[in-house]
Design a protein around this ligand. Structure first.
Ligand code: UFG
Length: 323
């Protein structure tokens, strides 16, 4: 199978490219390297370029004759999206539309889209299933929901089949140790905690200890990057077998507080991790936990690394290899 991975040099994309290579797929990565790393693309062909570059997109599609596209190239910082919405709507929406247009022009009919728990907004109940109302509360979440809506319309009108995968908190690293999380600036909890453990940071700030949760810190559903990639592969199989467009929530169904993540990181690393109390971060829901029953039932998804200690151990190995 020939697959175009847009954003294949980023955190999730690079793990996906490696997995597709193991599955004997012919992979082409398109990435502008604004956030990704060339050396994270471990197999296949690499094209440095932007989704906004229409001639380049046409050239890549003409040469690639792809069976499917996986799209990981988006801006992901909620706070930044509030301050710079234009950046988010242009890249995450306008550029995604262009990608879909080029797919249509070249007759490529299968699309796997990286969506997010942020499309649900403030949870009305947890765990969050696919029936939960989607009412995003920031431009990042709205940008992803817009593309989800476009995809539903494109299926009806053009027969473009898609699966939207709504990630909860992606974490961990390649179990074989070759890849990991390398955002700059890093904003995600697990790598920041581990950078504190390794001594690259002096402390981890805990954003709020007055939430309505058992220890007062926010609860999230951490999902191993390898399990996330497996769900993408299964989603592609789903479409390849002629099944319809769909959307799935991806998480383990168990929530861990910021405090529990820090404690687990202490146990895994055996290091001291200095904590500093900080005010709440704007827009953080107290509790985000996925109900991924449909992904299990419909896609046959079975997470292999649901244990938080394993997720953190893999991320810790990656952190140690870099320090
Ligand atoms: N946190 C801290 N200190 C830090 C960083 C994070 O206490 O230095 C807390 C956050 O407040 C939050 C939890 O750790 O409660 C997890 O934060 P992350 O930034 O790691 O992840 P988010 O839950 O904010 O973000 C994830 C995805 C986003 C997506 C969002 C949906 O990474 O792309 O879920 O709400 F938009």
């Amino acid at each position: 199978m020939k697959i175009l991975v847009v954003g294949g040099a980023g955190y999730i994309g690079s793990h996906m490219v490696k997995r597709l290579g193991q599955l004997a797929c012919h992979v082409t990565t398109l990435d502008n390297l604004s956030a990704g790393h060339r050396d994270a693309v471990l197999c296949g062909e690499f094209v440095q370029g932007d989704m906004a570059d229409l001639p380049l997109l046409n050239q890549v599609f003409a040469q690639g004759r792809f069976d499917a596209v996986m799209h990981f190239a988006s801006f992901i910082q909620v706070g930044e999206s509030v301050v710079e919405p234009a950046k988010y709507y242009r890249n995450n929406v306008v550029n995604s539309l262009q990608l879909l247009e080029v797919m249509r022009a070249h007759g490529v009919k299968r699309f796997i889209f990286s969506s997010t728990a942020a499309t649900f907004g403030e949870p009305q109940y947890v765990p969050i299933d696919e029936a939960h109302p989607q009412q995003p509360i920031n431009p990042y979440g709205r940008s992803k929901q817009m593309v989800e809506q476009v995809l539903a319309d494109y299926d009806k009108a053009y027969g473009l089949k898609s699966v939207c995968l709504r990630y909860f908190n992606a974490a961990g690293a390649d179990p074989e140790g070759q890849l990991g999380e390398r955002h700059d600036p890093e904003t995600h909890l697990v790598p920041l905690v581990l950078q504190t453990a390794s001594g690259r940071r002096s402390h981890i700030s805990v954003f709020g200890r007055d939430y309505d949760t058992p220890d007062g810190t926010c609860i999230r559903d951490y999902i191993h990057i390898a399990d996330l990639c497996e769900a993408h592969w299964l989603a592609l199989q789903h479409l390849s077998h002629g099944r319809g467009s769909d959307a799935f929530n991806l998480g383990n169904g168990s929530g861990f507080s910021v405090q529990q993540v820090i404690e687990t990181a202490r146990q895994v690393s055996g290091r001291t991790i200095m904590v500093q109390e900080a005010p709440r971060r704007a827009g953080d829901p107290a509790r985000l936990v996925a109900d991924a029953t449909r992904a299990r039932q419909v896609l046959g998804w079975q997470p292999q690394y649901a244990d938080l200690a394993v997720i953190i151990a893999h991320a810790w190995r990656w952190e140690c290899a870099r320090t």
